[in-house]
Design a protein around this ligand. Structure first.
Ligand SMILES: [Zn+2]
Length: 330
């Protein structure tokens, strides 16, 4: 039980950078009394005081709520503009005869279902058996349950692997990428998307940046640091963008709402989820963050319109909300 474990068992600090192995770092801020570190060798920023590796179930059990969407709601979810955007990027890099993908950490399976509807053969994994059952029930897609860093999934090698908003959760990114490389065949393609630590919104809003997502997000990359990490792991990056039609505006909106809360003296949405006996941990997506302080409808519409423009401008400057990379096994 949470209240029977001392703080020292719930949290851990690891001096070595999981992206390059270097143990020297500089302070890079603090949230809820927990420190962030910038690696002196590779420049990657990480949550230095993090939830202990053997306590992660406290953060991730029930990450996806079980109530199934109605058919209308599911259609609306599959219309997410980020899906069409990802597919355009994938299909520009992958010829028709190689369209067989393994999505690591595929969550509710919606993107796999969307790709299948466009002729792709789809496979995927989830860490949590309940989430895998949900994907089987909603989409009829059988997932590999577990961590691809621990076991090669059946069906490997794959022509294409993808992980969207997964790598920022990964505690040992260099090892994880080595495992991903092993499950790809020669010339295999990898598509990654993570929050952009170098985004204009992050620089302007600091700890109010919606992608802070304390304490689930542990590693933060820029286009430059992710490029270097991929090359060290034996990948050749082919195409990078910082634009995403959904994460871009969503992250700007969430960050502005968080910043307004902070200025109004209502604090930030981040909290230490392991503090307090028996407190349930709720995973907060940035949409949820914004909803927690929902402004009136007209203000909300104006905010959304402004966020779309701001997100486009920062992405045009190469400093958008995400780092989205297509890479090939070198
Ligand atoms: Zn490093």
């Amino acid at each position: 039980m949470i209240d029977s474990l001392p703080e020292s068992r719930l949290w851990e600090e690891v001096p070595e950078c999981g992206a390059c192995g270097w143990a020297r770092w500089r302070a890079a801020g603090e949230v809820c009394g927990k420190r962030y570190a910038r690696c002196e060798a590779c420049g990657v920023v990480r949550l230095y005081d993090r939830v202990a590796g053997d306590q992660l179930h406290r953060l991730y059990s029930g990450y996806y709520p079980g109530a199934d969407p109605s058919p209308d709601e599911l259609r609306r979810q599959l219309d997410n503009p980020t899906f069409a955007h990802r597919r355009r990027r994938l299909e520009a890099a992958v010829p028709v005869d190689r369209r067989r993908i393994f999505e690591i950490g595929c969550g509710d399976g919606n993107f796999l279902a969307y790709l299948r509807g466009h002729g792709w053969r789809v496979h995927g994994s989830e860490y949590d058996a309940d989430t895998a059952a949900l994907v089987r029930r909603r989409h009829g897609i059988e997932l590999f349950v577990g961590d691809v860093a621990d076991a090669v999934p059946p069906g490997a090698p794959f022509k294409v692997a993808a992980a969207y908003h997964v790598l920022e959760h990964v505690y040992r990114p260099a090892e994880w990428l080595a495992a991903v490389r092993r499950m790809l065949g020669p010339g295999g393609t990898l598509h990654l998307q993570v929050p952009n630590q170098g985004s204009l919104t992050r620089r302007l809003t600091g700890p109010a940046w919606a992608s802070v997502m304390f304490p689930q997000h542990v590693y933060f990359y820029t286009p430059r640091t992710l490029d270097a990490l991929l090359r060290r792991a034996g990948f050749a990056p082919l195409a990078t963008t910082t634009w995403d039609p959904w994460h871009g505006p969503g992250t700007v909106t969430g960050s502005l709402v968080n910043q307004a809360r902070r200025i109004a003296g209502r604090g930030l949405p981040w909290s230490d989820p392991l503090a307090g006996a028996g407190e349930r941990v709720d995973a907060v997506a940035f949409a949820g963050t914004a909803a927690a302080a929902r402004p009136p409808r007209l203000a909300r519409r104006m905010l959304d319109a402004a966020s779309v423009r701001l997100a486009r401008v920062e992405a045009l400057a190469g400093a958008g909300a995400v780092v989205d990379v297509i890479a090939r096994v070198a």
